[in-house]
Design a protein around this ligand. Structure first.
Ligand code: AMP
Ligand code: ZN
Length: 498
């Protein structure tokens, strides 16, 4: 494990500080995912890319990362209002694009699949799990029941509400501590005369007409938006996360409410570190369909023929902590940079196959690439300073391209550099090698399965049983069963009944 420290801005303490996992070298990380009522846009992906770069940087430091990112597939009201809020799923179904879906469940599944496709195209590391809100209804109901039992919530004729006044820490993340101001302030609050206090937020809404509804101790209805992330984060990562991420609009109310729910449930801090990505604009303006500056990944890649890696490059080219402006010029510039990496890759591969004459400057070449990689990693550890990291990495491409020929040690060093940069920044080539749970089992490469079995064996040898079990579950989710025998571990496809 590297001795570098990984420093990140923490929204809670409002300062850049070292990210310190509770278990050294093992990061438990939850990042809020999309609501799948439509295609995710490139602004959403700016936020998901921050999470991706954290995962990659932590891995470069030799850490294990348990990374969970949810999929919100329940339509939530844009407010807690009795009837004023608009349900996003319902809105999606009513839209023109929504006409092709038989129901809201099909719509959610379709857009969740598209989201994963776009995720892969932009070369993001897949999380260990992409849990869906609809798969965790039982836990959400249990959490609301427990909050009622402990006096943190109450039932009304319209739903179950969190009693904000019962949690002294409310407002510690966002600084929104004045409850009176919360009501009059400019946010989407909420008029429901059944609430004890207008700032109380919904844990459950009673609604027998809602398109997605579940049966609960309070009758038919659906959960409040904030509840899913509390229960899914804790279900997969435990009561205290090392890091929790999202876009800047989630600081309040979403993450503030997650803290109130989770800490009232466990009596423990919910997350040790909080990180939020500033919004992406396009051509200096908020993205909106009516302005014609609203882009999804597929608009750019399929529609305009953009290289997905260039889209990725453009989105990460500005540091996450400042607003970013996406333009076509930026994308063109990123396309040229990606091309340089392709040239380097080609040059290094050719030289491996057919090395040039021994070069007296090889040592200097090897050392300068090594130093540049160190500087790139230093920049990433410095609060994900991507603008510096990308500039340093690009210097490496100059070092490689200016040589007329590469001897074998140079070719090896160049490939190593490009591989390391790709692991850290994901900009050299699409290195997706983990099959998706939705892939058919027959398409899972055997080499990948063997690699997973090896990983599990190593985890077991290191007595990291949680990790070993995790690998087993990951394979099981793909329909692959493991059997431990005295001769080693064997595997087979689970018989599927269709
Ligand atoms: P949503 O699908 O609206 O729940 O958003 C998914 C994630 O994208 C959340 O973390 C949002 O904060 C984030 N997000 C939404 N719009 C933008 C934007 N324009 N720039 C960056 N992040 C965004
Ligand atoms: Zn969330």
């Amino acid at each position: 494990m590297s001795h570098r420290s990984f420093r990140l801005y923490d929204t809670m303490t409002r300062q850049v500080k070292e990210l310190v996992p509770a278990t050294p070298g093992h990061l438990k990380f939850y990042s809020c995912g999309p609501t799948v009522y439509s295609y995710a846009h490139i602004g959403n992906f700016r936020t998901f890319l921050t999470a991706d770069l954290i995962v990659r940087t932590a891995e470069a430091l030799g850490w294990n990362v348990d990374y969970v990112s949810n999929i919100t597939d329940v339509g939530h009201l844009t407010s807690d209002d009795q009837d004023g809020g608009e349900d996003r799923m319902e809105k999606g179904l009513k839209s023109k694009e929504g006409e092709r879906f038989a129901n809201v469940w099909d719509l959610a599944e379709f857009y969740a699949d598209c989201f994963k496709e776009d995720w892969d195209r932009l070369n993001l590391r897949r999380p260990l799990v992409w849990p869906k809100a609809t798969q965790h209804m039982r836990e959400q109901i249990a959490a609301a029941e427990k909050l009622i039992e402990t006096g943190h919530a109450y039932e009304t004729p319209t739903g179950v509400y969190y009693r904000v006044g019962s949690f002294a820490g409310y407002g510690k993340l966002s600084g929104n501590t004045d409850r009176e101001e919360l009501i009059t302030g400019a946010r989407d609050v909420v008029r429901d005369d059944n609430k004890e206090h207008p700032s109380d937020f919904a844990l459950w809404k009673k609604d027998e007409k809602h398109l997605m509804q579940w049966y609960s101790p309070w009758g038919w209805g659906f959960p409040g938006w904030h509840l899913e992330c509390s229960v899914m984060a804790m279900a997969y990562l435990g009561e205290t996360l090392d890091l929790h991420a999202g876009g800047e609009d989630l600081i309040f109310p979403h993450h503030e409410c997650e803290i109130a729910q989770s800490e009232a449930l466990t009596g423990k801090p919910f997350a040790r570190h909080w990180i939020h990505t500033r919004f992406l604009q396009v051509d200096g303006q908020k993205m909106s369909k009516s302005l014609g500056n609203f882009f999804t990944v597929r608009d750019l890649v399929d529609g305009k023929g953009a290289d997905p890696l260039a889209v990725r490059y453009a989105l990460i080219s500005q540091n996450y902590g400042v607003p970013h402006n996406f333009t076509m010029d930026l994308l063109r510039d990123a396309t040229q940079k990606i091309e340089r990496y392709r040239q380097c890759d080609e040059k290094a591969r050719k030289a491996i196959a057919q090395p040039g004459e021994p070069n007296a400057a090889a040592d200097v070449f090897v050392e300068s690439l090594r130093d540049l990689y160190d500087e790139v990693l230093d920049a990433m550890c410095d609060n994900l300073n991507t603008s510096v990291a990308l500039a340093k990495a690009l210097e490496g491409t100059r070092v490689i391209l200016r040589e007329s020929s590469l001897d074998l040690p140079m070719a090896e060093a160049a490939l190593q550099f490009l591989g390391d940069i790709n692991d850290l920044l994901g900009i050299v080539s699409l290195d997706r090698n983990v099959p998706s749970a939705s892939d058919t089992t027959s398409s899972v490469p055997e080499a990948w399965i063997e690699q997973k079995i090896q990983e599990r064996a190593e985890a077991k040898a290191a007595k990291d049983f949680a990790r070993a079990d995790h690998v087993r579950d990951e394979l099981a989710a793909l329909g692959i069963e493991l059997r431990d025998t005295p001769e080693g571990t064997t595997w087979k496809h689970r018989a599927t009944i269709l």
